[in-house]
Design a protein around this ligand. Structure first.
Ligand code: FAD
Length: 341
């Protein structure tokens, strides 16, 4: 049978990592990435890229843990290779601090990150307004370099990449056998998913090379995430806001909140403001669907709705999407051999 033609819609971290996983798992496929935007113009480019999971209320915890574990091991191996600086992946240590002791002292991911432990009294002295904290080492992606690294890997496997806005998945039917939908928030229009909504996030990217530890307030709103060249200061979570323009009042608020956690940031230079819309959903939509128009069928694998935690779980969800593409290939081969009989 001819090699199945797979179209992956979307070139954020989910689309690119899913396309790569499909190529690695099913090397006989021909994979094309179609996207209206590529790096540096995706939501994935705005992200801090920290590997600290966000919890999806509609996805079983053991599944989320598996996704995180697979992503952590994948990036840990890159961080430990000669590719680390090009891929923008590095280990980073720091603290998550709480004003009140959290109900759940051990998050589900505490044994996936490295060296998770309660902070000592001496460490807590750095944070006079906080009573409790957790110290650990995790990984961080510098997002634009990581996306470019994924694109380079894809090109090396022969994957084609085209700029194209897809208005309807059926438009791809005559050219491709299987469609993989990694359109992020774009899926709201593309497949009419009313359960998908934006959670606006504004962040500052600053020059402050003396800041070497991450600091995250346990409420998840205020964070300081040092990358290779810039420190990301956050943030906001504004549900149902579609605005991509930076708000100056919010910029000042973020800066003040971060300075109260890390006073040395007063001296930060070259402050740039970025806004992204998290593609949020009650659970990640990761499933196979067969669309039909009369007797014509179009197999689709959905992989979108990663909200605030796309980087933290991307490799795990990409692997599962690649497995579902395998099911589509098997079904196509079954139906073509039946057609011959
Ligand atoms: P996107 O990056 O939005 O990619 C979607 C792609 O689909 C784009 O290329 C777009 O052009 C394309 N597309 C859409 N519609 C169409 C169409 N109709 N036709 C063709 N192409 C289409 N996560 C973490 O794990 N750690 C963090 O520290 C972190 N920090 C964040 C900070 C901020 C401020 C924000 C906003 C997010 C953060 N996130 C973080 C979340 C993370 O950014 C997202 O979960 C992730 O980027 C989602 O990736 P995606 O590929 O699904 O979406």
């Amino acid at each position: 049978a001819a090699a199945p033609k797979v179209a992956v819609v979307g070139a954020g971290v989910i689309g690119l990592s899913t396309a790569l996983c499909i190529m690695e798992t099913w090397p006989s496929c021909s994979v094309t990435v179609l996207s209206d935007q590529f790096s540096p113009n995706t939501t994935s480019d705005v992200a801090a890229g920290m590997l600290i999971p966000h919890t999806y209320p509609g996805t079983p915890i053991h599944v989320q843990k598996q996704w995180f574990k697979e992503t952590f091991s994948y990036l840990f191996a890159i961080s430990n290779s000669t590719e680390a600086s090009e891929a923008g992946i590095h280990l980073i240590s720091g603290w998550q601090v709480f004003k009140n002791i959290p109900e759940e002292e051990l998050p589900f991911w505490s044994d996936v990150v490295l060296g998770f432990r309660p902070m000592s009294e001496a460490e807590l002295q750095k944070f006079p307004h906080h009573r409790f904290g957790q110290a650990f080492t995790t990984l961080k992606c510098d997002c634009p370099p990581y996306l470019l690294w994924l694109e380079k890997r894809l090109k090396a496997t022969g994957t084609q990449m085209y700029t194209r806005k897809v208005a309807d998945l059926w438009d791809l039917h005559s050219e491709y056998n299987i469609i993989v939908n990694c359109a992020g928030l774009g899926a709201h229009h593309l497949v009419g998913d009313e359960q998908l909504f934006p959670v606006r996030g504004q962040v500052l990217k600053v020059h402050a090379p003396w800041v070497k530890h991450f600091i995250r307030d346990g409420d998840g709103l205020t964070y300081i995430y040092p990358g290779i060249h810039r420190v990301t200061l956050g943030g906001t979570r504004e549900k149902d806001s579609w605005s991509l323009s930076p708000d100056p009042g919010t910029t000042k608020d973020i800066f003040d909140r971060c300075c109260s956690l890390e006073p040395s940031l007063q001296e930060a230079q070259d402050i740039k403001v970025k806004v992204g819309l998290r593609p949020s959903r009650w659970c990640v939509r990761l499933e196979r669907e067969i669309l039909s128009q009369g007797r014509v069928q179009l197999p689709v694998v959905h992989n979108y709705g990663h909200g605030a935690g796309g980087f933290s779980v991307h490799r795990g969800t990409a692997k599962e999407a690649a497995r579902l593409v395998g099911e589509c290939i098997a079904a196509l081969q079954g139906s073509s051999s039946r057609a011959k009989l």
